[in-house]
Design a protein. Structure first.
Length: 273
């Protein structure tokens, strides 16, 4: 037995154990300190988002995104500390991220749109909006889609990518809406009397606001009628109530005043043979 070789092997093993042991200790320290820093960063980020009134779903998603991003960075640092090659590992992650990004282009666009909606808040849950050719009450704002309840109680799901890139009309923001109606009367009717009848219909309705004041004006002299623009204002939630009530009450009021509402006429021309 060669004692000299045994001593050399033992020394190498001891040296290797010490070197690797120091790396393990350093890795443990980095893990503990890194985890503590991540925890503090997440706590601070959560406070900032809470002060900025971020949506709860957006807060959770962004916190998870930050958490896993920092965790992956910490793991790569640990692997480097233990002497493992991290360049190839980082390249694999980059390639995987690119592949996932290419496969999920539409979803990423919807995600980006959802983030923009939650940050800039063009509408909130409960608002009545018109977007992408649809009108409805905002029921739920998610990361990828926004759900509306349509006027006939149907559920409408709109991708956030299209929603954030298109025009959005928010009927709730201002708190009041103008109801735009048009009524026609016969050319034989007195204009002043007709305006008084129409204005009385508006001022007698409990949901029509005094300010802004309702208006009745001559809109156009049409082929068979004098058309009036009837413009009452109401609270947003009373819009359809005012719309239908004023339409019905106007017909009754004009009939009671003896003012004719003209209807389309057809003229038949016959050739003599």
């Amino acid at each position: 037995m060669d004692l000299k070789n045994i001593n050399i092997d033992t020394e190498e093993w001891i040296k290797l154990a010490i070197d690797y042991g120091l790396k393990v200790v350093a890795a443990i320290v980095i893990w503990v300190v890194g985890s503590w820093i991540i925890k503090k960063l997440l706590k601070g980020t959560k406070k900032v988002m809470a002060k900025s009134n971020y949506e709860e779903s957006l807060q959770k998603f962004l916190l998870n995104l930050v958490y896993w991003g920092l965790k992956i960075l910490l793991i790569i640092t640990l692997l480097g500390t233990l002497g493992m090659p991290t360049t190839s590992f980082a390249a694999i992650l980059a390639a995987a991220g690119l592949a996932i990004g290419m496969a999920l282009q539409g979803s990423l666009g919807n995600f980006a749109g959802g983030v923009l909606i939650m940050i800039f808040k063009p509408f909130k849950i409960g608002d009545l909006i018109e977007a992408q050719g649809e009108i409805g009450m905002v029921k739920e704002i998610e990361i990828f889609t926004t759900k509306l309840t349509g006027l006939s109680n149907k559920e409408i799901i709109i991708p956030n990518g299209a929603l954030s890139n298109g025009n959005i009309v928010n009927y709730t923001t201002e708190g009041t809406r103008r109801v735009d109606l048009v009524f026609g009367v016969s050319y034989d009717a007195d204009i002043k009397q007709s305006k008084e009848v129409l204005m009385n219909v508006l001022t007698s309705h409990p949901n029509v606001l005094k300010e802004p004041a309702p208006a009745v004006t001559v809109l156009e002299l049409a082929d068979s009628s004098v058309n009036f623009a009837v413009r009452p204002w109401c609270k947003t939630e009373n819009y359809w109530n005012v719309y239908f009530d004023v339409t019905e009450n106007t017909k009754e009021a004009l009939d009671a005043a003896g003012i004719e509402i003209p209807y389309p006429h057809q003229v038949e021309i016959q050739k003599k043979g």
